[in-house]
Write a protein that binds this ligand. Structure first.
Ligand SMILES: Nc1nc2c(ncn2[C@@H]2O[C@H](COP(=O)(O)OP(=O)(O)OP(=O)(O)O)[C@@H](O)[C@H]2O)c(=O)[nH]1
Ligand SMILES: [Mg+2]
Length: 479
């Protein structure tokens, strides 16, 4: 006896959106960032795209291509005209549906850079039966028309927003469909499990109840293990996406800004011998040997009557709350002072790397009552450029268990995915609990279906319009 538990059928109950072409109006926008660059691109998608192109574009007249139609997938050289007047010299391409980014007809016009040409051409395009695209609407159409699933659409925005090579690499993996494949395989596994259980409910004579249950338990534990492994990658994924939020903290004049500049390899923050030089926080991204740091230089912590400095100190302390890592800097040429002690106390629940800067000078820093710090402090001299590698090694140990390897690992870098995986895992744990407690099989079925639903939402099956709108609102215009 065999009942096919069909994934497509299961999700079609739940309003499956992917696959059926949506008939939509034609949209257009500038796909590039207008500014002093070589070119800008205006992108048009929809049924009316070709008609618009034929109306506004005139090919450079040479004998071979006068009056020739806009052949798909060719670059056509010519001019955009407005009431017979040349607006710009352009290259235009026409890509015929359905093998395009949106699965609709697409026209792309490469015009000259700067802000005026692209804006003028877009205005001309919008005079036709066409409207300005919303944020992410091209990619949204790619999803709604079934060319990509939701994880792939989300990967597009992550690629655009990537600040480090590693984050880019993780998102490209997702765009290639590695995450979708993994999730879909897990969905298939649960489908199989459900099929077996359905057989048992409908045709109890075909299988021994206990055998089905023990098999279900084994399979379910395997799936929980697999999902758990994915969830565990989420912290690394978050770090690569957002960078390790690292606050450099210390009393005035210890060399915090000098360390910031050293890590960034540029003179970003002002450095002087006057204590209280840095007033505001300064935030920058830096990728040091594959480690993405979102690094924040702060005002030196001390009691002060200076109103601006006071605000700076408060801001510095507030940054500590959201920090993944604090780099606390001491000045080895000075004795341990009350301010140092207060800072040590303030950050006692954080991940901290203690730095003893100015180790090129005579050491006056005594850390008698702070054995842990004494044993773990890293001696550096920003002036002499020594000790950076040790800081990097320490961060690698703290956040990546000693090594960074993105080659083989599928990494979750999206909070929505993480939360849905946790939900699916919890449903499956309920299944295991029901089995242990001896509940009937139809009970188990309910939690299995809940797990399926959560996993389906990751790849975009049965998602609500509100969720789709929310996801695509994060995109930039023109994508
Ligand atoms: N000898 C020595 N001097 C250093 C070293 N690092 C920084 N300095 C000097 O220490 C002084 C203070 O450096 P800053 O980087 O401005 O210190 P800061 O902690 O940012 O100071 P505030 O912004 O005032 O809190 C400057 O004169 C630096 O040149 C070092 O490794 N050795
Ligand atoms: Mg400073």
């Amino acid at each position: 006896m065999c009942i096919m538990y069909n994934k497509k059928l299961y999700f079609s109950f739940k309003l499956e959106r992917n696959g059926d072409m949506m008939r939509e109006d034609t949209i257009a926008s500038i796909a590039t960032f207008p500014g002093n660059a070589g070119i800008n691109i205006i992108r048009i998608s929809g049924d009316n795209a070709l008609n618009i192109a034929e109306n506004i574009f005139e090919k450079k007249k040479n004998k071979s291509n006068i009056n020739m139609n806009l052949k798909p997938r060719y670059l056509h050289y010519g001019f955009i005209l407005d009431e017979g007047k040349v607006v710009d010299e352009v290259l235009l391409s026409y890509m015929k549906a359905p093998n395009t980014y949106t699965k609709e007809d697409i026209v792309e016009i490469n015009c000259h850079g700067g802000v005026i040409s692209a804006k003028k051409i877009l205005d001309i395009v919008l005079n036709y039966d066409c409207r300005l695209a919303e944020r992410g609407e091209f990619t949204k159409r790619a999803f709604l028309n079934g060319r990509i699933d939701l994880t792939q659409a989300e990967a597009v925005i992550d690629i655009i927003n990537s600040k480090t090579d590693s984050s880019h690499e993780i998102s490209v993996n997702h765009l290639e469909g590695r995450l979708s494949k993994e999730i879909n395989n897990t969905i298939d596994d649960i489908m199989d499990l459900l099929a077996n259980i359905e057989v048992n409910i409908d045709f109890p004579e075909y299988d021994e109840d206990e055998i089905t249950i023990s098999k279900a338990k084994e399979k379910c534990s395997e799936i929980v293990y697999k999902i758990d492994k994915l969830i565990q990658t989420a912290d690394t994924g978050k770090i690569f996406k957002e960078g390790i939020k690292t606050v450099i903290l210390g009393k005035p004049n210890v060399g915090k800004s000098s360390l910031m500049n050293f890590l960034l390899n540029e003179n970003r923050a002002i450095v002087t011998e006057i204590p209280g030089t840095t007033r505001d926080t300064i935030e920058e991204y830096v990728n040091i040997k594959g480690i993405p740091l979102r690094i924040i230089d702060t005002a030196g912590i001390r009691e002060t009557e200076d109103i601006v400095e006071k605000i700076g100190v408060e801001k510095a302390l507030s940054k500590v709350d959201e920090a993944d890592l604090v780099i606390m800097v001491f000045d080895s040429s000075r004795e341990l002072e009350e301010e140092d002690k207060k800072i040590i106390e303030y950050i006692e629940n954080k991940k901290v790397i203690y730095i003893n800067n100015k180790s090129d000078l005579d050491n006056k820093l005594e850390l008698q009552n702070y054995d842990y710090i004494k044993q773990n402090i890293i001696n550096i001299s920003v002036l002499k450029s020594t000790g950076l590698q040790e800081i990097i090694n320490k961060i690698t140990d703290m956040f990546f268990k000693g090594s960074i390897n993105l080659d083989n690992d599928l990494i979750i870098n999206n909070l929505r995915h993480k939360n849905l995986l946790i939900k699916a895992k919890n449903s499956l744990k309920e299944v295991l609990k029901s089995i242990d407690d001896g509940f009937s099989i139809d009970f188990i079925e309910i939690d299995l279906k809940d797990a399926l639903e959560s996993l389906g939402l990751i790849v975009g099956k049965a998602v609500s319009d509100d969720l789709i709108d929310k996801i695509f609102e994060e995109f930039c215009i023109g994508k």
